[in-house]
Design a protein around this ligand. Structure first.
Ligand SMILES: C[S@@+](CC[C@H](N)C(=O)[O-])C[C@H]1O[C@@H](n2cnc3c(N)ncnc32)[C@H](O)[C@@H]1O
Length: 204
């Protein structure tokens, strides 16, 4: 086993969020990132419709479904297949493809979604600038979907890897939302380059 794999395994074993996720039956420790975003911004509300992009294996969808309840709904979209979750509609597809966007639209109520979540991460190359550009392209793709999928006053939380493209993404978000904030949840490892951009009040 390589040194970096050994370090990852040792960190994983000691990680309190991994233990907590196992106890609370969350599919991924990333569930706590959304919980912490929720604590800070009250992003999700009972009765909301939520589109969760890059949802597999389903930790965020589990958290979202628990908050929106039976009056709302969650649509989980991923390139990868995902085991069912009560209260969640699972769609397999690439959000870069029109066909996938059409399927999301067909499953949403006419009033659109109140929240778009994106924890999407590209497949990584190990070259920081390449990985950043791929992550930034996913973030921009999410913003392109906002007018199609999001209801007025809607909210967004999206992941992006830190790097040169972030200021432009923030500017684009600033044009769409009344407020745009940067947040690094405690559950996001300090070594990770990921940050979350949170947009509140779509249609400023
Ligand atoms: C970090 S994981 C998401 C973890 C998830 N939030 C959870 O709590 O279980 C990132 C996901 O983004 C998905 N993804 C990356 N690019 C995508 C795309 N173009 N369309 C749909 N999903 C994508 C990957 O397949 C991967 O499952």
């Amino acid at each position: 086993m390589s040194r970096s794999s050994k370090r990852w395994l040792s960190e994983h074993r000691k990680d309190p969020y991994v233990k907590q996720a196992r106890q609370e039956k969350f599919r991924a420790r990333s569930a706590y990132k959304l919980r912490q975003i929720q604590e800070k911004f009250r992003l999700l509300r009972p009765g909301d419709w939520v589109v969760d992009l890059g949802a597999a294996p389903g930790g965020w969808s589990q958290v979202a479904a628990g908050i929106v309840g039976e009056e709302g709904g969650v649509m989980a979209v991923d390139l990868l297949a995902m085991a069912p979750i009560p209260g969640v509609t699972v769609l397999e597809g690439d959000i870069m493809e029109d066909r996938c966007v059409e399927t999301i639209l067909a499953h949403l109520p006419k009033s659109k979604a109140q929240v778009i979540l994106s924890d999407m991460a590209p497949s990584t190359s190990g070259i920081a600038s390449v990985d950043h550009d791929r992550s930034a392209a996913l973030a921009e793709a999410v913003l392109d979907l906002v007018p199609l999928l999001l209801a007025p006053e809607g909210r967004v939380a999206l992941k992006v890897f830190q790097g040169r493209g972030v200021p432009e993404i923030q500017q684009d978000m600033g044009r769409l939302f009344r407020s745009c904030r940067v947040f690094k949840p405690a559950a996001s490892r300090s070594r990770s380059v990921e940050i979350y951009l949170v947009g509140l009040g779509y249609g400023r």
